[in-house]
Design a protein around this ligand. Sequence first.
Ligand code: ADP
Length: 235
Amino acid sequence: MRLRGFRALIMGPPGSGKGHISEKIVKKYGAVHIAAGDILRKHINEHTPLGKEAEKYTRKGLLVPDALLLGVIGTAIYKAGNRNWILDGFPRNVTQAKHLENVAHLDMVINLQIPDEAIMEMLKFRLVHVPSGRVYNMGVKAPLVPGLDDVTGERLERRADDRPKVVMARLSAFDKQMNPVIGFYRKQHLLHTITGRHHQILWPMVERYLVKRWGLSAIRSFRPKRNLDLLTCKP
Ligand code: ADP
């Protein structure tokens, strides 16, 4: 009998729908979502010492130094305990990947691959509600009233970094950063790459892989009984 839930890592370029797919895994299989970007944003919004330091880097679109992030990710993983969990946005370099090895044994690494031109096309239609982070897409998940958030009725905006030139720069930076990480997991035979033009096509493939790798009954037996506040980061 297995004594713990699955430990999955999801990787994919900006705009590949990692967040959407993670949300689906969380809802359907009760996994805990550990998203490095969300943890940092929470610290930044709460003006914690870590948040104040991290903001100096996130503001410029730079990676936060490893020393700032390793502890909070380790704590979030510790708090997730034996539940199913899915890690998103970490690791982004081989040092982080090696650190993660010391903290947890991953069961699978899901690598989403979407052609650059499909990402460019999708981000052209992406709108966000900045205060909540809710994301809409005019083609796939349109707001009920064009241009307005479904919950608050407030105005939706395009992200400044979704402009085509900036997207191209983000995609090429992602390749440079992540290729060594992909190589690291390929060597360990943990990497499973799923290719498609849209996250709606990718999701059923991700789900099939998850169930095949881990088993449906095992996945369900590790649903969390309560929501964890991973973000407060108190062990
Ligand atoms: P994006 O995928 O667009 O970079 P995220 O929400 O994942 O958005 O991350 C937001 C910011 O947080 C990044 O630009 C970076 O500054 C910081 N960040 C997130 N994850 C990491 C990480 N693993 N290592 C260093 N910095 C990170």
